[in-house]
Design a protein around this ligand. Structure first.
Ligand SMILES: Cc1cc2nc3c(=O)[nH]c(=O)nc-3n(C[C@H](O)[C@H](O)[C@H](O)COP(=O)(O)OP(=O)(O)OC[C@H]3O[C@@H](n4cnc5c(N)ncnc54)[C@H](O)[C@@H]3O)c2cc1C
Length: 462
């Protein structure tokens, strides 16, 4: 067998005997940590190609996992005994000469993108938290606080460079490789390593952002206000309603998190009812001078979250009082246990029309029917708490999805970005009606199923 150190990889190669191996296998959540035989940090596209060739030349071939920001709480970016291509050093961000687009390497974090663009008063459609990886987020679709104005993050992807299972390095987008370009916009890691994304840039407009904190007993009033707010919600805004227990008392609380581009003081007017009709026990409101500042807004809250977390979620059509109130009671009960007290639910209310303008068949992301989404994150310290945490997240997601189907007849998929993982949500559940085309495209670009971490798509050579 070839010695991996003889392959001329310009980045680094780590094995379990390397002194930094434990850092290399770390992830956002300890639930995602596995023990690969090799961790490769490519710094060039040939490094990625060589890593793939090496893994496949083993007998039997090594499983290959690709890590972007390491934020998914499943083990999709890790491998037990295989080879991990860790893109974290492949993270350059380069603005185009005309500033209309930005080239982002596959291992960049959203903070890398925002900080580069902030210097030019620009923004790209991405995650609300800076340390989320561009790679996993985008190949999973990508909801953003800017989605009301610009749609999903994938709707702002102009082009991509993908290293395929056979080692070829191809560009897709525009007229090039239309099937591949379709598939990577929602089809996750199943088609290759996305080495570069070319994203549309947009002018950044200073936004009112904030956190308004209320006791849990105010939920009915907050939901009334939210429904009223949504009736005339501006496209350039987002409202998140979070269930959380904050220090020092850890009582059930609700935090309203507005993001509203502030034109002519309009944002203050929109937020006013949340400050006057009900009075927050604490509020922090200001203008984010750029999107990077906004994306660091949760740093203090996230700093002391326990090391293990599992995240799931659901899509829903309306801010139903009874459904959200039932979810709240369930969350209160679950978080009464000390071990689970930092678990959260985040209800995201983005204006829905822009996302719905794209047809469901136009990208692999299968849900364009107008919807909101909720992210359910259970956080804890002990490995034995993983199973009850997953069960609780799954139970809550199933409840919200089933109430939605009962009330509207619409059965939403579970987007991969908000899925507990392939053990919980099948390929049918995450890819929905786009699965059959995904299987055909898989047969073209990865007929031997080299990419089988996460939601492994069965090739259909028809
Ligand atoms: C704090 C936090 C905030 C979040 N906010 C949002 C949000 O606002 N909107 C939203 O939609 N989601 C959000 N998410 C969910 C997030 O988008 C997913 O967890 C996503 O998978 C993270 O991508 P990653 O690259 O960090 O993850 P990783 O765990 O590294 O990767 C996840 C999957 O993507 C694959 N992958 C990563 N990079 C590449 C690449 N370059 N080429 C091919 N495959 C790749 C991996 O192989 C793996 O299958 C959030 C998650 C967290 C933890």
């Amino acid at each position: 067998m070839t010695n991996i150190y003889d392959l001329g990889i310009q980045g680094s190669v780590l094995t379990p005997s390397s002194s930094t191996y434990n850092d290399a296998i770390a992830r956002h959540s300890l639930t995602s940590v596995l023990h690969p035989s090799y961790v490769i940090y490519p710094i060039t596209i040939p490094d990625i190609q060589v890593a793939i060739q090496f893994a496949l030349s083993n007998d039997p071939p090594l499983e290959i996992a690709v890590k972007g920001g390491g934020c998914h709480t499943s083990t999709a970016s890790s491998s037990e005994g295989g080879l991990v291509i860790d893109l974290s050093r492949f993270n350059k961000v380069v603005l185009s000469a005309d500033r209309a687009s930005v080239v982002v390497q596959g291992g960049a974090l959203w903070g890398d993108v925002y900080s580069t663009l902030a210097e030019h008063n620009l923004v790209a459609v991405g995650a609300s938290v800076w340390f989320v990886g561009v790679g996993g987020y985008l190949t999973g679709g990508g909801y953003s606080s800017l989605s009301g104005k610009y749609g999903m993050a994938i709707d702002n992807l102009l082009q991509a460079t993908v290293v395929l299972a056979d080692g070829r390095n191809v560009q897709c987008g525009g007229d090039e490789e239309p099937d591949l370009f379709w598939a990577i916009r929602g089809g996750t890691n199943q088609f290759g390593v996305v080495a570069e994304f070319v994203l549309k840039t947009h002018p950044y407009r200073p936004a009112l952002v904030g956190a308004l904190v209320y006791p849990g007993t105010d939920l009915p009033k907050i939901l009334d206000l939210t429904r009223e707010y949504l009736k005339t919600q501006l496209e350039n805004s987002n409202l998140s309603i979070m269930f959380t227990r904050s220090a020092p008392h850890f009582q059930p609380g609700i935090v309203a998190l507005p993001y509203i581009e502030n034109d002519d003081g309009e944002a203050e007017k929109r937020v006013a009812p949340f400050r006057t009709t009900i009075t927050p026990v604490f509020e922090r409101i200001g203008t984010a001078p750029n999107y990077n500042v906004f994306a660091h807004g949760a740093d203090a809250t996230l700093a002391d979250i326990p090391p293990r977390s599992v995240a799931g979620g659901a899509l829903f059509s309306e801010a139903w009082d009874d459904v959200i109130s039932t979810a709240f009671r369930e969350w209160v009960t679950f978080t009464e246990k000390e071990e689970h007290k930092r678990s959260m639910m985040m209800w995201e209310f983005n204006p829905r029309n822009k996302i719905a303008e794209v047809a469901e068949k136009d990208t692999a992301f299968p849900t364009r029917n107008p919807h909101y989404h909720v992210v359910i994150t259970a956080s804890h310290s002990l490995p034995e708490s993983d199973a009850p945490a997953r069960e609780w997240v799954s139970k809550m997601a199933t409840y919200i999805k089933s109430m939605n189907t009962e009330r509207t007849g619409v059965k939403f998929v579970t987007p991969t970005n908000f899925s507990l993982g392939s053990d919980y949500d099948s390929v049918e559940e995450v890819f929905g009606k786009n699965l059959s085309r995904l299987r055909k495209v898989k047969a073209i670009y990865d007929p031997k199923k080299v990419w089988r971490k996460g939601w492994a798509i069965e090739p259909d050579p028809q």
